[in-house]
Design a protein around this ligand. Structure first.
Ligand SMILES: Cc1cc2nc3c(=O)[nH]c(=O)nc-3n(C[C@H](O)[C@H](O)[C@H](O)COP(=O)(O)OP(=O)(O)OC[C@H]3O[C@@H](n4cnc5c(N)ncnc54)[C@H](O)[C@@H]3O)c2cc1C
Ligand SMILES: NC(=O)c1ccc[n+]([C@@H]2O[C@H](COP(=O)([O-])OP(=O)(O)OC[C@H]3O[C@@H](n4cnc5c(N)ncnc54)[C@H](O)[C@@H]3O)[C@@H](O)[C@H]2O)c1
Length: 486
């Protein structure tokens, strides 16, 4: 072999991990370089996806248990639990995920090396160990998956105690009585509802004009009602945010102005105990030597790739957060695997471009395809079908009556163009609709097939009937609706 390896992978997050596993299954000699001395798995396992979901799961279990019993419903988690106790579950999950990744590498003969990788030439990566020792490795292909880091705020500093980001929040020693989340994205909603369910009084300071504007309108409406129920306030259009400690009152004081303030740009103040800053992420593409070999990046530092996850340099591929949107673990797994398929000339099956997304708030939100508004703007004649969780037996049984599943489908042929869900299990439920959608099915699937009962999937059946009845009311004979095969 001309090179030490067939492929060198920089980073062991979901993109690097899946590229390594797929390459090893193709019998390719694979090396993973990981800068973190202790653990593999990147943001996915150590500071992002899994820890935030494990903490959320704990909050959800407490909330579900308390809401089941009237005498417990007004209790606050902080009256009974220490943060460390809640994080124990998270720590155990991380440990088991970490050793799973390490074992998968070993079992599949993927070599690993700890240290910081820098591209020296298009086939050469130099790794600097923590002792400063430098070693060079060569490969036919390079896969760059260095992930991302939290964006630093403008106008104030993080002390990682009173003012935290998504990494330091995992070191909290107690459940805050009051928490201000600064952010306008999915992160902000997830952590806000997690802490609210732990009993914290939570507010969100949103620098944008609207909050999660990409959601379907009716899902947003439901969400805002639920946030009101949880007493989570959102202050939008915030700018010039500054943070100080008020030592007399022993609080953290957040001052800000409103953009386009019609009260004369007065300074507003929120007093809180802790601040959690969730202002987005930046790709870890600085210092990687990408410029040494002329890899193209956009203004935000994201690596530019084509549909095969190939950069402008023939043998260099990239994936995960370093290539920008959607910057999800779910998508990163797929990107790493597809990059490997493309490197080694084994074209993967074409997968539909639609990917679902999930927001792990309490309750969850998940969507795929077009919102009703987007579908109409694109000229589709669409009808919608709705199922409210209060009408689903499983919702009643589980005491989870808040939620909505909404189907958006073409009136003419009943084909699904979008599915939008807010409520318990939304992130799992979406996949039934996704499968029907990607196999070209229509809403009749949900009534022609027997679905387990009671389950949350019943929502699909109820929403399908609801939508079809709407088509019927608009003048199409029921016989035609049921028989129509395009
Ligand atoms: C709080 C939070 C919650 C999230 N929740 C979800 C969710 O619910 N669902 C979802 O799909 N996504 C979620 N995400 C997003 C998800 O975590 C990321 O999209 C995903 O981890 C990106 O994967 P990656 O492989 O690109 O990089 P990462 O997971 O960031 O891993 C990159 C690895 O590369 C290493 N590295 C970097 N530079 C070098 C170098 N030069 N040499 C060697 N090693 C290097 C790093 O040490 C790191 O281990 C969440 C993110 C956060 C922050
Ligand atoms: N549940 C999850 O999957 C999850 C949870 C936390 C963070 N993350 C990822 O971490 C990153 C940082 O999160 P953040 O909350 O700080 O910022 P963010 O990037 O999610 O939000 C900032 C803005 O991005 C846009 N955006 C986000 N998701 C979108 C979508 N599916 N479709 C269209 N536009 C969308 C919206 O305009 C949003 O206001 C994001 O890339 C996010 O995908 C994912």
């Amino acid at each position: 072999m001309k090179y030490d390896y067939d492929v060198i992978i920089i980073g062991s997050g979901p993109a690097g991990f899946s590229c390594a596993m797929q390459s090893s299954k193709f019998d390719k000699k694979t090396l993973v370089i990981e800068a973190n001395e202790e653990s593999f798995g990147g943001t996915w396992i150590n500071s992002g996806t899994i820890p935030s979901k494990a903490l959320r799961e704990t909050a959800r279990i407490i909330q579900r248990f308390q809401s089941q019993f009237d005498d417990l419903s007004q209790e606050k988690a902080y009256q009974h639990h220490q943060m460390q106790e809640l994080l124990k579950y998270k720590n155990e999950t991380l440990k088991s995920k970490n050793s799973k990744v390490e074992n998968d590498f070993k079992k599949n003969e993927v070599d690993t090396v700890r240290g910081f990788g820098v591209l020296k030439e298009k086939n050469t990566v130099e790794v600097t160990s923590k002792d400063g020792e430098k070693t060079e490795y060569t490969a036919e292909y390079i896969f760059v998956a260095p992930g991302s880091n939290p964006l630093k705020p403008k106008g104030f500093d993080l002390d990682h105690n009173k003012v935290m980001d998504y990494t330091s929040v995992l070191n909290l020693t107690h459940i805050p009585r009051k928490l201000l989340v600064i952010g306008s994205g999915v992160h902000a909603l997830e952590y806000a509802t997690t802490f609210s369910n732990l009993g914290s009084r939570v507010s969100i300071l949103n620098e944008a004009e609207s909050f999660l504007p990409f959601l379907d309108n009716e899902i947003s409406e439901q969400l805002f009602k639920l946030l009101e129920k949880q007493k989570i306030e959102i202050f939008s259009n915030a700018e010039n945010i500054e943070i100080d400690t008020n030592s007399i009152r022993n609080t953290t004081e957040v001052r800000y102005n409103l953009r386009n303030d019609n009260e004369g740009n007065r300074t507003r103040v929120i007093e809180t105990e802790h601040v959690l800053y969730l202002g987005g992420k930046i790709p870890n593409t600085k210092g990687l030597g990408l410029e040494n070999i002329g890899v193209e990046m956009d203004d935000g530092g994201n690596i530019i790739v084509d549909n095969d996850y190939k950069t402008n340099i023939d043998n260099v591929f990239a994936g995960g957060d370093a290539i920008g949107f959607p910057a999800l673990a779910s998508a990163s797994f797929s990107e790493g695997r597809l990059a490997s398929c493309n490197m080694f000339g084994i074209k993967a099956l074409d997968v539909p471009p639609e990917i679902p997304f999930a927001i792990y708030s309490i309750p969850e939100i998940s969507s795929i395809g077009l919102t009703e508004k987007e579908a109409k703007a694109r000229g589709y004649d669409v009808t919608v079908g709705r199922a409210y969780y209060k009408n689903i037996t499983q919702g009643d049984i589980s005491n989870q009556q808040d939620g909505l599943l909404k189907l958006v489908f073409e009136t003419e042929n009943l084909k699904l163009v979008g599915i939008h869900i807010i409520g318990e299990r939304a992130s799992d439920l979406i996949h039934l609709g996704q499968a029907v959608m990607s196999l070209g099915g229509d809403v009749r699937y949900f009534i022609n097939h027997v679905l387990n009962y009671p389950t949350y999937s019943e929502a699909y059946r109820i929403a399908a009937f609801n939508g079809m009845n709407r088509v019927y009311k608009a003048g199409v004979k029921y016989k035609k609706i049921l028989k129509n095969k395009e």
